[in-house]
Write a protein that binds this ligand. Structure first.
Ligand SMILES: *Cc1c(COP(=O)(O)O)cnc(C)c1O
Length: 366
C-alpha cells in the first residue's frame, strides 16, 4: 500500500516518478541494458515489431516466424504492422521447434517470435543460432518469463527485444502493465517516443527551454502505450517478491511432477539449463474434457493455455500445418500452482487427475 500511497500523496500518478523507478529496478534485476515500462505486454510486443521493422527496413508482407500455441497478442502484434505471420510447429516443451523454424525460412523471413511458454525457454539457444546464421531478428514474448533464468541469466539477453507482462495473472502482477527491453539504445529511444504518441519533448526542452518549455515536436505517428506510476508502484512490490514466489511455484511444480509421474502422467518439462518461472504447470492428458469436469466438481478450476491460434479466422490459412501444436491444444491442462497452493491441494488435484484422466505422451504420435 505504501508505494501507491506515495504516488497519491505526491500527486504524481502518471508517467515519470515510479515508472522510472521500476525501469531501473527491472534493469538491475535482469541485467538488461534498457527497459521501458508500458501499459501492457501487448503494447510491448507491438512496439518491438514496429521498431524493428522501422530500424531494419522491413516491408509490408515480410514474414515473421511464430507459434500457434500462445495468447493472441503475440500474433496480433505481427499483423498490426502489416507483416505476415508464418507458423512453425512446437516441440515437447510447447515452444517453437528449431527444425520446424528452419523448414519455414524463405527469402522474406525477417524475424522469429519466440514465446517462452509457461516460463520455459525450450530450445531457445538453437533458435538464436538460426537467427544469427540467417540474419534474422529475434523477438522474445517473455510474458511468462519474469524470473526465468537460462544459464543463470535472464533470457532477454538472447533477443533483440524481450517483452514482459505484468498483467494481473502473471508472475509480477499489477493490473495491466509490461516492459519492453531492447538491446540496441536507438531502438529503446524510438520505442520511448512511439509509446508517447511520437512526442519528442527532449529535443525541444533542450533547444528552446525558458518560456517555450511547453512546446514539443511530434515526429512519429505514435501510440498511447506509456505505463503509469500506480501500476509501477504495484510492479515494484511484485518484483520484491518475485524470486520468493517463483521458488514456491518451483516446489509445487516439482510436487506435481512427482505425484503425477507415479501415475504415468507427464508434466511439460523445462529444458536443460533453464530454471523456469513456472508461470504454468502443464500436464498432458488424453481425455481433457472429462478431467476438467472432474476437477470442477471439486471446485478446482484448471486453465487451458492455449487454444491453437490457427482456429481463429485471421490465422486459419495455416490450419493443419502444425500437428504438434494442434495436438497440445487439445491435451494440455494448466494446474493451480500459485503461491497459495499447498502440498495438500496439489495432492488432491493429482489424485482427481489420476482417477478421471488417462496419460498422454508429450509429443503427438500422429
Ligand atoms: C499475457 C500474455 C500476453 C499479453 O500480456 P498483456 O500484458 O496482458 O498485454 C502476451 N503473450 C503471452 C504469451 C501472454 O500470456
Amino acid at each position: 500500500m505504501s508505494q501507491i500511497r506515495e504516488c497519491l500523496e505526491d500527486g504524481w500518478t502518471g508517467s515519470g516518478h515510479k515508472t522510472l523507478e521500476i525501469e531501473q529496478a527491472w534493469r538491475d534485476y535482469t541485467g538488461l541494458p534498457h527497459a521501458h515500462f508500458v501499459n501492457s505486454a501487448t503494447a510491448a510486443l507491438h512496439l518491438a515489431v514496429r521498431v524493428l521493422k522501422e530500424q531494419r527496413g522491413w516491408h509490408s508482407g515480410d514474414e515473421v516466424i511464430t507459434t500457434p500455441i500462445t495468447f493472441v497478442s503475440t500474433n496480433h502484434a505481427i499483423l498490426y504492422e502489416g507483416l505476415s505471420p508464418v507458423f512453425a510447429d512446437v516441440d515437447e516443451y510447447a515452444c517453437l521447434s528449431p527444425e520446424s523454424v528452419l523448414s519455414q525460412l524463405t527469402p522474406r523471413t525477417r524475424a522469429v517470435m519466440f514465446v517462452g511458454l509457461g516460463g520455459r525457454t525450450g530450445r531457445l539457444e538453437e533458435i538464436v543460432d538460426i537467427c544469427r546464421a540467417n540474419g534474422l531478428s529475434l523477438i522474445l514474448d517473455a510474458a511468462h518469463l519474469a524470473g526465468t533464468k537460462f544459464k543463470g541469466e535472464d533470457p532477454g539477453h538472447l533477443a533483440d527485444a524481450a517483452c514482459y507482462s505484468f498483467q494481473a495473472v502473471k508472475n509480477v502482477p499489477t493490473a495491466d502493465s509490461g516492459m519492453v527491453c531492447f538491446i540496441d539504445p536507438e531502438m529503446d529511444a524510438l520505442a520511448r517516443k512511439l509509446s508517447w504518441l511520437g512526442i519528442d519533448k527532449d529535443t525541444y526542452s533542450r533547444s528552446s527551454g525558458g518560456s517555450y518549455a511547453w512546446m514539443y515536436g511530434v515526429e512519429n505517428l505514435g501510440y498511447k502505450y506509456n505505463g503509469n506510476s500506480v501500476m509501477a508502484a504495484l510492479a515494484l512490490v511484485g518484483l520484491k517478491y518475485l524470486d520468493e514466489d517463483n521458488a514456491r511455484r518451483y516446489l509445487i511444480n516439482a510436487y506435481y511432477e512427482d505425484l503425477l509421474g507415479l501415475e504415468g502422467f507427464q508434466v511439460v518439462p523445462s529444458s536443460p539449463n533453464c530454471r523456469s518461472s513456472n508461470h504454468l504447470t502443464q500436464v498432458v492428458v488424453e481425455n481433457r474434457p472429462k478431467v476438467i469436469r472432474a476437477l470442477q466438481e471439486h471446485s478446482i478450476f484448471p486453465g487451458v493455455h492455449y487454444r491453437d491460434n490457427l482456429d481463429y479466422p485471421m490465422y486459419s490459412h495455416a490450419k493443419g500445418s502444425c500437428p504438434q501444436a494442434e495436438y497440445l491444444s487439445h491435451h494440455l491442462l494448466s494446474l493451480p500452482n500459485h503461491y497459495q497452493v499447498t502440498e495438500n491441494d496439489a495432492a488432491e488435484v493429482a489424485s482427481i487427475i489420476a482417477q478421471s484422466g488417462r496419460p498422454a505422451p508429450l509429443v503427438s504420435r500422429a
